[in-house]
Design a protein around this ligand. Structure first.
Ligand SMILES: [Zn+2]
Length: 201
């Protein structure tokens, strides 16, 4: 384990928990470095990571260390093998999860930053740690910064953990704004009624 790998993962573990993107007990973080994956261990607390709770697994194939790595290791591996991404953050961000259960195929940001920098966020299917989820996530992340596993959580990816973290933050912010705007009585929605906003789509 290279010291900078677990320290970088631990730094972002503290950030995702302190910013409310996920609770300490849920979610996982990885980076791809020198042909290997460094990923949080199963059951680890994201705001208390150390060198013993970040494990190294093979990039190419399932390996013995997968047993103590995050249950979502197969999803991270598929993303690395099928996209150009080098860092992944998975959170159970509450508003993104809620929208994945009320929207059909994607969450479309309506806030200015989300429209400009994030773009649409696909909603994908597949149970925890399955090949179906791994395939869906790796396909979605070829052309998007993040996707949401329906009823489960966000997979955000980038060239660095900072990029993945930024995408994860934007997904939750855009989901929060979209949810709250949708809660507002449509008849009183004076501004959006005159513009192109749609309640779903
Ligand atoms: Zn999860």
């Amino acid at each position: 384990m290279t010291s900078d790998a677990w320290q970088e993962i631990a730094r972002f573990g503290r950030k995702v928990v302190s910013s409310g993107l996920t609770s300490s007990r849920f979610g996982n973080i990885s980076i791809c470095q020198d042909g290997r994956i460094f990923i949080t261990a199963t059951g680890s607390m994201l705001d208390e990571l150390d060198s013993s709770t970040v494990v190294e697994v093979s990039l190419e194939n399932p390996c013995e260390m997968d047993k103590i790595a995050s249950i979502e290791t197969c999803v991270h591996r598929a993303i690395y093998l099928n996209t150009g991404k080098m860092a992944i953050i998975h959170t159970h961000s509450p508003y993104a999860v809620v929208l994945s259960m009320v929207e059909m195929e994607k969450v479309e940001p309506i806030d200015s930053e989300g429209v400009l920098f994030l773009g649409e966020v696909p909603i994908i299917e597949g149970k925890l740690g399955t090949d179906m989820l791994a395939k869906a996530a790796s396909l979605a992340l070829k052309s998007h910064m993040a996707c949401i596993a329906r009823g489960h959580g966000v997979f955000a990816a980038g060239g660095t953990l900072m990029e993945a973290y930024t995408a994860a933050c934007m997904v939750e912010h855009s989901s929060l704004v979209r949810y709250l705007v949708n809660c507002y009585p449509q008849g009183k929605n004076l501004y959006l009624n005159q513009h192109t906003f749609k309640s779903s789509g």
